[in-house]
Design a protein around this ligand. Structure first.
Ligand code: FES
Ligand code: FE2
Ligand code: FE2
Length: 423
């Protein structure tokens, strides 16, 4: 009988190791409700330990806008469902199946406790500390941008650098609209060259915290609507800078054919910059109407990371900023809209609808110039995109996708479905 038990244990151990069950440590080590595990493939996992001693696991990046679920609250809903609530905008995710009343869906993983140890079923190696950065930069593939100080006050690059160096967001938006007008009327016609700042300027009194440290109010309140509008205004301020940065940083970009980028490229991104400035102003106005203002709450600078990671590679910049992040903005629009309309905030709904319509054209601009460069350089557009995204974007793209919005931007499923985690 003793031998039989030993055989059984060995057999069980084999089953455990053969089915991608990863031991993550002693059960007693997981006293706190949430523990984050870093995954080798960038799809990090949160292990949840409930008060009644059960374990669950799901992706730690919120499927809404990537909020840190490991900092969320575990709650029991009136219907008895146990959920983890995201600290950023309060969407809840069922511990059993990852579903959410918002329509979003998170990935969940099976968890087992065996002989005092906790096992999570996943193919990727998990670690309590971040994996070494293995980002591979494709510098060889691209021409180096010539970085020269800009002295020509009539050039677009001079103004791009000046706007990036402007800390006050209202002033940044105002200058953007002035330069847009001057460019459109032909009063600024030279593109010029510049050395853009590594990071745009921000107002000194703006409280900047780590991306994970922003805690939003509970849903269904004025405070939570203000918090959401404030986080969107922060995104728009960064979006103004991202538009000027792509102009300034890649002004000297040469295609492999030796050609420079056509004027239309710069016109398109001046238009994007103008839209983002308009979005910032609309949101700031709405915040004032609701008794707040931009800067009243802490913000994070996480959005600039993608700009820094892709500063040397125009195709990567277009792919990550415009075809991944801005396209994700289209995906989350229906849930955000629902938040405001459920509370009867029709003015904010109108603002969000204006932003959404413009954002479709920004994804379209990214796609247009990505395919332009690939075609000129005789690269396959889709396979180049599918190779670049995993290099610069950690983790997989997450459904649900706003396929209608993406399609209006020209982004059909073959672009993004291959980047979803294989089931
Ligand atoms: S990022 Fe999680 S709810 Fe918005
Ligand atoms: Fe925008
Ligand atoms: Fe945008």
């Amino acid at each position: 009988m003793e031998g039989f038990c030993e055989d059984l244990v060995t057999a069980l151990k084999e089953v455990v190791s053969n089915t991608n069950w990863q031991c993550v440590g002693e059960k007693d080590n997981f006293k706190s409700p949430c523990t984050k595990f870093y995954s080798e493939d960038g799809q990090h996992v949160v292990l949840i330990h409930t008060g009644d001693d059960r374990f669950y696991a799901m992706d730690s990046a919120c499927p809404h806008e990537g909020g840190p679920l490991e900092q969320g609250d575990i709650e029991e809903l009136a219907n008895g469902r146990m959920v983890l609530t995201c600290p950023w905008h309060d969407f809840e995710f069922c511990l059993n199946d990852g579903s959410s009343s918002s329509g979003l869906q998170n990935n969940v993983y099976d968890v087992k406790v065996y002989e005092g140890k906790v096992y999570i079923q996943t193919q990727n190696a998990l670690s309590l500390v971040p994996w070494k950065e293995t980002l591979c930069k494709q510098t060889a593939a691209m021409e180096t941008v010539k970085l020269l100080p800009c002295t020509d006050k009539e050039s677009l690059c001079y103004w791009a650098s000046r706007i990036l160096g402007t800390a006050d967001p209202e002033e940044k938006a105002k200058l953007t609209h002035q330069v847009q007008e001057l460019w459109n009327s032909g009063n600024i016609s030279d593109i010029g060259q510049t050395l853009p700042p590594a990071q745009p300027c921000r107002k000194e009194n703006l409280t900047i915290v780590q991306p994970g440290k922003i805690k939003r109010g509970k849903g269904g309140t004025l405070a939570s609507r203000i918090a959401l509008l404030h986080s969107l205004a922060n995104i728009e301020q960064w979006a103004i800078d991202l538009s000027w940065d792509i102009i300034a940083r890649f002004a000297g970009f040469q295609l492999r054919t030796g050609e420079m980028l056509p004027r239309e490229f710069f016109s398109d991104f001046v238009k994007v910059a103008g839209d983002e400035a308009k979005h910032y102003r609309l949101l700031e106005k709405r915040l004032l109407e609701l008794g707040s203002n931009f800067g009243a709450l802490p913000v994070h600078n996480g959005l600039w990371q993608s700009a820094a990671d892709t500063a040397h590679d125009l195709l990567a910049r277009l792919a990550i900023v415009h075809m991944v992040h801005e396209a994700r903005g289209l995906d989350v629009h229906p849930q955000t809209l629902q938040r405001f309309s459920a509370q009867g905030d029709e003015y904010s709904v109108k603002v969000l609808e204006v932003i959404y319509t413009d954002e479709i054209t920004h994804v379209a601009a990214g796609l247009k110039w990505f395919t332009y460069i690939c075609t000129k350089e005789q690269k396959d557009c889709l396979s180049t995109f599918h190779e670049l995204v995993p290099l610069y974007f950690k983790g997989y793209l997450k459904p649900p996708f706003n396929s209608e919005g993406r399609k209006s931007a020209g982004m059909t499923e073959e672009w993004y479905l291959p980047l979803v985690k294989p089931s």
